[in-house]
Design a protein around this ligand. Structure first.
Ligand code: 7RM
Length: 649
């Protein structure tokens, strides 16, 4: 039972919130029995289950085999033909949805656009014809390096319409990052904009593209959207304006009939070491997964106004701004800019303005909202909200409680959704009409997902034993390979635990079968032979009224092996030695002597990835007083590292 690879869990959270009866009464999945039945059917007979679900898609040709081969090389719906763009747009035009808003867009400066499904269809068809006119063929790779404007979604769906494979690069990445990804994918075309707006400043995208193209010779043409009106150099014969190309394009373009396993997109995700991994997703399985999980988890209804605040450059935006919601014919809100521009009330203003009913954001954003203060949400009417979601990191229970009370006004269920770029869609999450939620737990697996928590030898662990989170069965929306490196795919995900997909996260399951993700296993610290999850110490710190955010790492310690070093951001900038002592006592009191911090360091901010995840591996070097040799290409703000180093005592 006790195994040296186990992770000890020290944080105990006992609060539980059943779904409101009024929510349950109208929910897409509305009872525990229905959940159990779906989950067991999917586990015992996945071909039957997913075959039935696939009736929700529109097929040009029905599949022969639902599930073909074993993990990791399972193919889904082989023999079938469909088109993702057709499923996200065309089929809605035969219904009342043709006049429904598909995209309700707001730019950071306050300009707005609404595209009905008909409008989206016209723009996508035209741009698909533009792609063809530029020589883009089925299977070619196209890089999208764009701000959060409707043209980004139009370009994605236009690629899907002709079977070109998009590779979206988040607009905050550097020219070098763009060049690396262009080269890895051998992209033929880059679509970009002059710039995008962020906190009132222009992010100069085209300049970065120009620099990247000096190092990425595969790219033949660049299409540029005029967004900010800033100055750009247009290279003759290479660079073309979006609006010029669109002016002449025909609005008729049949969706190409593509194999179920035709590649839909590549999305690069940073490894902790080495070059980024090109996660490849394919058509039918990915679309089905994102469509069904949107229905189950977000309880999407015809009349909802749904807002996911992620950037489309991350998987969350791919799956839950674009493909999942549009496959369901939903109305989505898309916002270009920062949450604190022109002031810290922007998100709440948008919720009120568009009467948003479903709101999906990240713990890092929630911690920022808490720090900014309740006066911002309190200025706005948030009564349109009926469901809240979170994704990206474990949510600290105190942040969860704030989200529940201040934003959800104790009325809205919260879905804490665990998933990864690699899983394509949500894997573990409450069902909002069914699951009693516990702050900090992503609760139970969705139908079709068979997780386990195991030792390093692959043995299943008992309740409340922390170990490695794995998947025992394949699912339709799973990644198929790492682009151009199938060996790395096998090595990264399938070599740790035989016969299983290994997610890289540590987790435990409680006595009710709820899963508590404890963070990346690389972040675990070993104190006197006890393996502790850094996230649990962080949650204890965040529960202190003066703490806004915390990152905990290990550092070499003569006696204990590793000591506990806590980087702490305060709500108000007033850190003192007394407060340090108080925080140490607080953690000790909350979770026990074993987790007593050895060091508290106050920091103005923490190093994060551009998608908001705390980069603990960089803090480990600082805590140990080492020079860092780590990859910092995904770091959001380099100044933070220098500041943290200078703050060392
Ligand atoms: C969707 C996304 C994946 C990693 C994953 C976890 C962490 C994401 C949760 C979470 C605890 C959650 N894709 N993670 N969601 N941890 N609870 N609800 O973020 O590829 O960028 O990251 O994020 O460590 O492995 S991702």
């Amino acid at each position: 039972m006790s195994n040296s690879s186990n992770i000890e869990s020290i944080l105990s959270e006992t609060r539980s919130f059943p779904p409101p009866a009024t929510f349950t009464a109208q929910a897409n999945i509305g009872s525990e029995e229905q959940y159990e039945q779906l989950w067991h059917m999917a586990k015992d007979d996945p071909s039957k289950f997913w075959g039935e679900m696939a009736e929700n898609l529109t097929w040009f040709q029905r599949w022969d085999t639902v599930m073909d081969g074993d993990m990791p090389n399972t193919k889904w719906f082989t023999g079938g033909k469909l088109n993702v763009s057709y499923n996200c747009i065309d089929r809605h035009l035969e219904t009342e949805r043709r006049n429904k808003a598909a995209i309700i867009w707001e730019g950071e400066p306050g300009d707005t656009r609404v595209l009905r499904y008909q409008d989206l269809h016209r723009e996508v068809c035209k741009f698909a014809n533009v792609l063809k006119s530029l020589g883009i063929e089925t299977g070619d790779r196209v890089t999208l390096y764009m701000p959060m404007i409707p043209e980004l979604t139009i370009a994605m769906l236009a690629c899907a319409r002709i079977g070109a494979v998009h590779s979206i690069i988040f607009g905050g990445f550097s020219a070098d990052a763009v060049a690396d990804r262009n080269n890895d994918a051998q992209a033929k075309l880059v679509i970009t904009a002059d710039g995008g707006w962020r906190r009132g400043k222009e992010i100069p995208l085209k300049i970065a593209v120009d620099a990247s193209l000096e190092k990425s010779p595969s790219v033949e043409k660049v299409v540029v959207v005029r967004r900010t009106g800033g100055d750009v150099d247009m290279v003759p014969d290479r660079d073309l304006w979006w609006h010029d190309l669109m002016a002449d394009a025909s609005a008729e373009c049949d969706a190409v009939e593509l194999d179920s396993e035709h590649p839909l997109f590549i999305l690069y995700t940073s490894g902790s070491t080495g070059k980024p991994k090109g996660v490849l997703h394919t058509s039918a399985g990915y679309l089905l997964g994102t469509m069904m999980t949107s229905q189950w988890v977000f309880d999407l209804k015809e009349e909802d106004t749904y807002w996911c605040t992620a950037d489309i450059g991350w998987i969350t935006g791919h799956s839950y701004i674009c493909y999942g919601p549009l496959a369901n014919g939903a109305s989505i809100v898309m916002y270009e800019g920062a949450p604190n521009w022109p002031d810290e009330g922007r998100f709440w203003e948008l919720i009120e303005k568009y009467q948003v009913s479903i709101f999906y954001t990240a713990p890092t954003a929630i911690r920022a909202f808490i720090k900014w203060g309740n006066e911002w949400p309190e200025k706005h009417d948030l009564s349109s909200l009926r469901l809240l979601g979170t994704v990206g990191e474990p949510i600290n229970p105190e942040a969860w409680m704030w989200y529940h009370e201040v934003i959800g006004q104790e009325r809205c269920p919260i879905v804490d959704t665990w998933w990864q770029t690699e899983t394509g869609g949500i894997m573990i999450s409450p069902l909002p009409g069914v699951t009693a939620t516990k702050p900090g737990s992503c609760s139970r697996p969705l139908p079709g997902v068979v997780p386990d928590i195991v030792t390093e030898k692959g043995e299943s662990l008992e309740a409340n034993q922390g170990g490695l989170l794995v998947m025992r069965q394949p699912w339709p929306h799973m990644l198929r390979t790492l682009y151009g490196d199938h060996d790395r795919f096998l090595e990264t995900y399938f070599s740790t635990i035989e016969g299983c997909y290994f997610a890289g996260d540590g987790a435990r399951r409680d006595a009710d079968g709820y899963i508590w993700v404890m963070g990346r296993v690389d972040d675990v610290i070993n104190v006197s032979g006890h393996r502790l999850s850094t996230m649990e110490v962080e949650s204890a710190l965040v529960a202190h009224e003066r703490v806004a955010e915390a990152a905990v790492v290990g550092f070499p310690h003569e006696i204990k092996g590793e000591g506990i070093c806590c980087f702490v951001t305060l709500k108000h900038d007033d850190g003192t030695e007394d407060l340090k002592a108080e925080l140490i006592r607080h953690v000790r009191h909350q979770i026990g002597a074993l987790a007593t911090p050895d060091q508290i360091r106050f920091a103005a901010s923490l190093p994060k990835t551009r998608s908001g995840k705390i980069m603990r591996r960089l803090l480990r070097d600082i805590a140990a007083g080492r020079e860092s040799t780590q990859d910092t290409s995904t770091l959001e703000d380099f100044n933070i590292l220098a500041k943290l180093r200078n703050d060392e005592e």
